[in-house]
Structure formats: structure tokens, C-alpha cells
Write a new protein. Structure first.
Lengths: 560, 114
């Protein structure tokens, strides 16, 4: 019976990895011959990925963890994938953000020379999606490293597209920083392998509590190294300095896609701190980051608020909003109760979508201002009403003001954090940073939309830059001036769709929070995940090649 | 053997870190390369160093780690080498382009003000 069920089981778990891989490979060939089908193929593949991830969310919402054995090896020996509620949610989020970013990119690309957008934009985009989906699905630590490298390699290429001086500088920093963190990742993974003899996450979860006491310190070092690596991706306090420069330098659709990249780090931390190093997991590594993570996350929130207040450019402001949302998420994950985890997953959906919408919107606003990203009074070409409305909705969603889902997420978090020892700090700093971000956004909005006088408007920027030395150098958006494209219907559709998804997450808040709650519960009950991954049986081969070869050898031997 | 290996890893890591923290892109890349060598050796060492053991199976001996070297870290090292090599190539290309665009091989793409 069980065997029959296993045989029936399809390959849909690996499809989100294979689909972008195939699409990317086809696109490389098409791009080579400069085919005009390139955007269409890319759009179709991303649309398919969106449909597929909706299907997977529906499948995962039943609560069953679905394992997949790559290479058909029994679990701890081969590489496993696993689809649970959290993975499915992340896949859907990735596909949604990617669709919005891609529609926007195609809209911006029409009629533009290849040099401005870059020749291999679409294939790199697909490879990045492959890396993202793989990272969300894998249940193997080394495989996670490999998918991290896939998505990073693609992101290096995407960041560089339309290479300007500012992008090159940001790229050098970004690549060096990520290569160093990859080195740390390898050290941590190999340490864990040396201690436990396994890389499968489910198997690790079983083996970590059984470590000898003399290995306890090494295991803790490895666990914390892993968290440092993920904190680099998630932009936690001492390691977020790469983010504002990088995101501000990237082109708009790329920055929008990068909004999901910080969430890979958040996802990995959520997975590690529940499955491997959770407070209840037992052994030396149990709760290894239980104090450090929320404290650092609170620090991140404070600095993100200061950064947002001090930003002199709209892109920089948005980048700090991303840092702030990562801080909120890591705070909720670090507190580690079921309630805060559920709040984190709920908030993740809203904050990722709205961050992506923000990067696209910031690009449109600067395009309407003649390619200038600086927060100063300047004439706005075209109507201010659609941009202003989008700005208002996006601001309300990102700052956590009722009635949108950002507020609900923060409210859920505060409610759940009330029972934790850090409740006072959490409430004070989350509310304080929300207020600061709201002030920053209100000031930016009033400067952009209410002071449309041409010239004589450098006051705000000069005033702000007096306070801060970390703002971006003046040539950062020099690329913006080169790449100004009038706002087309597709641009509006892309931003509108992302904002509509944000609104929908507020309207469907009931079912979304039920799903987030169930996902959090599934994360904390580690047993079903472990059993599903380790219990997955290899599919019996239809043709046993080795047996056939043996028989053939015997026959030929007999013939001789 | 073990002492030699660990001293080698330590030296490579130390040199790599020192070079990485310098201000020229060439030094930084060289440092990253040394660091990746150190990491590769470290992964290799994490599979327990054995002298003269067969890689996978020897005829007549049971397949346990007492008789053979651990093949998994060797596979991991291979992956890590490929990835770090290709990423270093990408970084070199970026650094060269940055140097060509800005006329400076400083990591901030401009000479520090005196």
C-alpha cells in the first residue's frame, strides 16, 4: 500500500528547480541568436512557475511533508528535497515577486538597446529563480550551499547588468563579501559533517543531540558559523552594510527580485533554528542563538530606522525598509515561540511583496522626475496621481499602519511576543521603528509630491546629508539618467499587481494567518519532517542496469 | 601529518585574511583564493586524514571507515573547488572592468583622499 503510494508520487517537488533550469538554458541559446521570443519564453516560464507554486501550496497545506530523493538514493546517503508548508509558501512568494519584476523588466526593455539591459538578463533571471527554489526545497546542508552559490552567481550577473561605475563598485563589494561568507559556510558544513557524519538536515536533527560532550563546543561553533552565514544573506545587524549600496545600485527589476534574496537568509535561519538548533531540539546546540538572534534583530531594527530617516535617495530609503523588515522577521523567528513564528511567516508575505513593489515604484518615480533619485523638490512629469496613490498604498503597507497586512503582521508579532521575556523591548522598538519609518516615508512623500517646484529645492537633501555620512555617492544613479523610459501600461500593471497582492494578503488575512500558523506548528513539530525525509523509500528501478550488465557479462563469458 | 596539514591550513587562512583586508582588489582576490584553498583543505581534513588508505573499496576488506578513506569529503571538495574557482574568475572579471571604468584598482573604485 505504502509502496504503491510512493510509486504514484510524482515529480512535482523538483519541478520548481527543473523548470527555471530548462527555461534558462533555452534562453541562453535564444539570446545568442538575438531572438525576439526571449521575453515571451521568460514570461511563460515564470508564469508556469507561479501556477506550479500555487499547486504546491495547495498540496502542502494538507500538512504532509513531501520528500523527494534526488538520484533515488535512500535518505541520509543521497540528497533529499522536502516540501512542507514553509517551503511551499516561499516558492509562491518567489514566483509572485519574480512575475512582477519580470513584467516590469520586459516593459522597460521594449525598444531599448541590448547594452542597457544586458544580453543575458533573462537567462540569469531564470537561473536565479532556480537557485532560490532549490534553496527553499532542499533538505541537505551541502546542497543548500550549492543552491546558494547558484543564486549568488546569477545575482552577480544580474547586479552587473548595464554595468556602470557605481554598479561595478557595489558588485566588487558584494561579490567579495559573499565569497567570504561562502568560505564560512563551507567551514561550518564540513565541521558539522566531521562531528555527525551526515549532511542531511533530518538526519542531522537526530544526530546532533547524540554528540559526545567533548564535541559540544565545536558543534556550537559550527552552528553559530552557519547562522553568521545566513545572517549575511538576511542582513542582520553587523552584516547588513552591503545591502543598501547593492540594492540601490541594481536596476529596478533586479532589486525587486533581490527583495526575495534577503528572505532566503531569513528562511534558512527559520529552518535551522527550528529543525537543528531549536530550544527543544536537545544536545549542546539547542537554542544556541536564542538570545543573540533577537537582540541583534532589535539592533537591526533601530539602525534600519535611523538609516531610513537619514536616506537622501528614494532607493536608499527603500533599501533600509528592506533591512527593517528583515530585522522584524528575524526578531520574530529569534523569539522562537509558535505565535511569533506564525507572525513572522505572515509578515514575510506582506513585506516581501511590498519591498518588490517599492523598488519598481521608486524607479518609476525617479523616471517621472527625469531620472533623478535624490529626495529633493523637483518637477514631476506626467500625472502625480497614480504614482502618489501607489506611494501611499506602499507606504501604508510597509510601515505597518492599519488597515493593511503589514499592520496585522506586526500586531500578531506584538501579541505573541507579549509572553516572552523580551516583551518590553520588542514592543518599544518595533513600534518605535515603525514610527520612524512612517516619518521617513511621509517626509519623502511630501518632498516628492507636494513640492513640485523646479529648482531651489536642494534644501531637504542638504539638510539630511548633514546628519549622515553613509549616504550614497552622487554618481550612484547616474545610470538612472541613462535608462529613463516613460512609464508604460506594463510598468503600471507590474506595480499594480504586486500592490494588489499586498492588498489581497490583507483581505485574505484570515486564511493566510491560518496557513502561517499551521506552517509554524509544522516547523516546531520536527518529527513529521524528520520521519518524512528519512522514511522516503527509493523508487524500485524499472530496469536494473547493473543486474543486466552482470547477466550480459556472464552470457558473453559462457559464449567464449 | 596532521600537524603539517593543520599548520598549512592555518598559514593559508592567516595569509588569506590579511590579504583580503587590504585595499587593492588584486590583493583582496589573492586573499580570497588563499582562503578558499584553506577551506578546501579543511573540508578534506574533516573527513579524517588517513595515510595510505584506499579511496573506496579494497578487495577482501570490509567497507568501513577503519579500512578506507571517507569518500564524501573528497566529493565535497571537488564541488567547492569548482565553485570557488569559477567565482574567483567572475570576481577577477568584475575587478578588471571596475579598474578600466574608474582608473583605480582600489576596492572602492576611487583613490582614497589624502
Amino acid at each position: 500500500m505504502n509502496g504503491a503510494a510512493q510509486l504514484m508520487q510524482g515529480h512535482e517537488v523538483i519541478a520548481p528547480i527543473v523548470l527555471p533550469l530548462l527555461a534558462g538554458s533555452v534562453l541562453v541559446l535564444l539570446e545568442k541568436s538575438r531572438s525576439r521570443w526571449v521575453p515571451l519564453v521568460s514570461l511563460c516560464a515564470t508564469g508556469l512557475l507561479l501556477l506550479l507554486s500555487i499547486l504546491l501550496v495547495m498540496q502542502a497545506s494538507g500538512g504532509k511533508v513531501q520528500p523527494y530523493l534526488l538520484g533515488n538514493w535512500q535518505a541520509p546517503f543521497g540528497i533529499s528535497l522536502a516540501l512542507d508548508r514553509l517551503s511551499a509558501l516561499m516558492l509562491l512568494l518567489t514566483a509572485a515577486v519574480a512575475s512582477g519584476a519580470l513584467v516590469y523588466a520586459v516593459a522597460g526593455q521594449a525598444g531599448r538597446s541590448e547594452a542597457a539591459q544586458g544580453e543575458h538578463f533573462h537567462s540569469l533571471f531564470q537561473y536565479q529563480l532556480m537557485g532560490l527554489c532549490g534553496a527553499f526545497l532542499t533538505a541537505d546542508l551541502f546542497n543548500l550551499f550549492v543552491f546558494f552559490e547558484v543564486l549568488l552567481a546569477a545575482s552577480y550577473g544580474l547586479l552587473l547588468h548595464g554595468a556602470t561605475r557605481a554598479r561595478l563598485k557595489a558588485s566588487v563589494h558584494y561579490v567579495v563579501f559573499n565569497l567570504s561568507s561562502s568560505a564560512l559556510f563551507l567551514i561550518a558544513v564540513s565541521l558539522l559533517y566531521a562531528l555527525t557524519g551526515t549532511l542531511n538536515m533530518a538526519d542531522l536533527a537526530l544526530k546532533l543531540p547524540l554528540l559526545r560532550p567533548e564535541d559540544a563546543r565545536l558543534a556550537q561553533a559550527a552552528a553559530l558559523l552557519l547562522l553568521v552565514v545566513f545572517a549575511v544573506k538576511a542582513a542582520l545587524l553587523p552584516l547588513y552594510f552591503w545591502l543598501p549600496d547593492t540594492y540601490a545600485a541594481a536596476s529596478a527589476p533586479v532589486a525587486a527580485l533581490f527583495a526575495i534574496m534577503t528572505k532566503v537568509g531569513v528562511y534558512a535561519i527559520a529552518r535551522m533554528t527550528t529543525l537543528l538548533f531549536g530550544v527543544s531540539s536537545g544536545g549542546a546546540t539547542a537554542g544556541v542563538a536564542a538570545v543573540a538572534l533577537p537582540v541583534l534583530a532589535l539592533g537591526t531594527l533601530v539602525l534600519a530606522a535611523i538609516g531610513a530617516l537619514a536616506a537622501t535617495r528614494l532607493r536608499g530609503l527603500v533599501a533600509y525598509l528592506v533591512v527593517g523588515s528583515a530585522g522584524t522577521l528575524l526578531l520574530a523567528i529569534g523569539l522562537g515561540t509558535e505565535g511569533t513564528l506564525a507572525a513572522a511567516l505572515f509578515y514575510m508575505v506582506n513585506s516581501t511583496l511590498v519591498a518588490a513593489a517599492w523598488f519598481l515604484l521608486a524607479d518609476r518615480i525617479s523616471a517621472a522626475r527625469g531620472g533623478v533619485d535624490l529626495l529633493d523638490a523637483r518637477a514631476l512629469s506626467g500625472g502625480w496621481a497614480p504614482l502618489g496613490l501607489a506611494f501611499l498604498i506602499a507606504s501604508v503597507a510597509v510601515a505597518g499602519v492599519p488597515p493593511l497586512a503589514g499592520f496585522l503582521g506586526k500586531a500578531l508579532l506584538l501579541q505573541a511576543a507579549g509572553q516572552t521575556p523580551m516583551a518590553v523591548w520588542v514592543v518599544a522598538l518595533v513600534l518605535g521603528s515603525s514610527l520612524a519609518m512612517m516619518v521617513a516615508l511621509a517626509r519623502a512623500g511630501s518632498t516628492l509630491f507636494w513640492k513640485p517646484g523646479a529648482g531651489g529645492g536642494a534644501t531637504v537633501a542638504a539638510h539630511v546629508s548633514a546628519h549622515v555620512s553613509t549616504h550614497l555617492p552622487a554618481h550612484v544613479t547616474a545610470s538612472g539618467a541613462l535608462a529613463v523610459r516613460p512609464t508604460s501600461a506594463a510598468h503600471i500593471w507590474a506595480i499594480g499587481a504586486l500592490l494588489a497582492a499586498v492588498l489581497a494578503s490583507a483581505v485574505a488575512a484570515g486564511s493566510l494567518s491560518a496557513y502561517a500558523g499551521a506552517a509554524a506548528q509544522q516547523l516546531l513539530q520536527r518529527q513529521p519532517y524528520i520521519e518524512a525525509v528519512l522514511g522516503a523509500r527509493p523508487v524500485p528501478p524499472k530496469f536494473d542496469v547493473r543486474k543486466e550488465m552482470r547477466e550480459r557479462a556472464r552470457e558473453s563469458g559462457e559464449l567464449k | 601529518m596532521l600537524l603539517l596539514l593543520s599548520l598549512g591550513i592555518g598559514t593559508l587562512t592567516g595569509c588569506g585574511l590579511w590579504l583580503m583586508l587590504r585595499e587593492r582588489t588584486f590583493d583582496t582576490i589573492l586573499g580570497l583564493t588563499l582562503l578558499s584553498y584553506a577551506v578546501n583543505l579543511f573540508i578534506f581534513a574533516m573527513g579524517r586524514v588517513k595515510v595510505g588508505a584506499v579511496p573506496i573499496v579494497e578487495a577482501g576488506k570490509t567497507f568501513t571507515l577503519a579500512n578506507t578513506a571517507d569518500p564524501l569529503p573528497q566529493a565535497l571538495v571537488l564541488t567547492a573547488i569548482v565553485i570557488s574557482f569559477s567565482m574567483t574568475a567572475v570576481l577577477l572579471a568584475i575587478a578588471l572592468r571596475s579598474n578600466a571604468e574608474s582608473g583605480s584598482d582600489h576596492v572602492d573604485a576611487e583613490e582614497p583622499r589624502p
